[in-house]
Design a protein around this ligand. Structure first.
Ligand code: NDP
Length: 239
């Protein structure tokens, strides 16, 4: 039987890329979205549309979704994964970094949800999978802005889950600890970066994107009447 469309934001690297590989392997047609189109196209996955997108751009988001749904049918699962991490102390961190984090991690996530949710409610079926973090459950040094965005993702997920439960739509929050990806590449604060890297080394490194994608897949592959509300997975030695 033909499998339904899965949409993944931030599919050009890390967790999003690993999820794309996993869901494609399981036979789903995909819409992959991120700014680095070449990285998504290089995956060369079957039944997959790749579109260059900044998740903060609602209009382009809608256009890409319409194109994919024309081709593959309605979105059955949206994995809202696009996100950035900028570390620093509140008195020295450039406020633009907080703005970028909130725009992408929070408002970008809400854009996608806004666009697919009405259809899911109407069909009385669908799954929203939101990639938050353990930093959405507890604070870490130099993470005030980032934790703010991820606490928001947890709150938004659970708020929407309560709103749509009666329409048989599932909302899942995935909260990984340290995952080995490119996420640290853009942090500008050298001291915060060094602290993070030292801690990662001390605990024997992060978990893999592939292991994280397996957890995402596990939540999705349950029957529609089973909603795994939250998964927290982290390196065993991480606090
Ligand atoms: P990566 O940096 O490897 O991936 C981030 C992805 O987000 C990229 O594909 C990037 O694509 C995309 N992205 C960033 N900004 C935008 C934007 N404006 N519009 C569209 N796409 C965007 O990091 P991870 O895989 O680690 O991060 C994925 C998610 O996992 C994030 O939400 C992160 O907060 C979360 N997470 C990561 C953890 C970790 O330790 N790595 C731990 C817990 C949670 P491009 O630049 O091409 O647009």
């Amino acid at each position: 039987m033909k499998k339904p469309l899965v949409v993944i934001t931030g599919a050009s690297s890390g967790i999003g890329e690993a999820a794309a590989l996993k869901f494609s392997q399981e036979g789903h047609p995909l819409l992959l979205l991120a700014r680095r189109l070449d990285r998504m196209e290089a995956l060369d996955l079957p039944d997959t549309l790749c579109r260059k997108l900044d998740v903060t751009d609602l209009q382009s988001f809608q256009t890409a979704l319409e194109e994919a749904e024309d081709q593959y049918g309605p979105t059955d699962c949206l994995i809202s994964n696009a996100g950035i991490l900028r570390l620093g102390k509140a008195d020295v961190q450039d406020p633009q970094e907080w703005q970028q984090m909130f725009n992408i991690n929070v408002l970008g996530l809400m854009n996608g949800i806004h666009l697919v949710l009405a259809g899911m409610r109407q069909r009385r079926s669908g799954t929203l999978i939101n990639i938050s973090s353990v930093a959405g459950r507890k604070n870490y040094m130099n993470h005030a802005g980032y934790c703010g965005t991820k606490f928001a993702v947890h709150a938004i997920s659970e708020g929407i889950r309560e709103e749509v439960a009666d329409d048989n739509v599932r909302v899942v929050t995935i909260a990984p600890g340290i995952v080995e990806t490119e996420i640290l590449d853009h942090t500008t604060c050298a001291e915060a970066l060094q602290d993070y890297r030292d801690y990662k080394k001390e605990i024997g490194g992060g978990i893999s994107s592939a292991d994280t994608a397996e957890a995402i897949w596990y939540t999705y592959r349950q029957p529609q009447n089973v909603c795994i509300r939250e998964v927290v997975l982290a390196p065993t030695r991480q606090q």
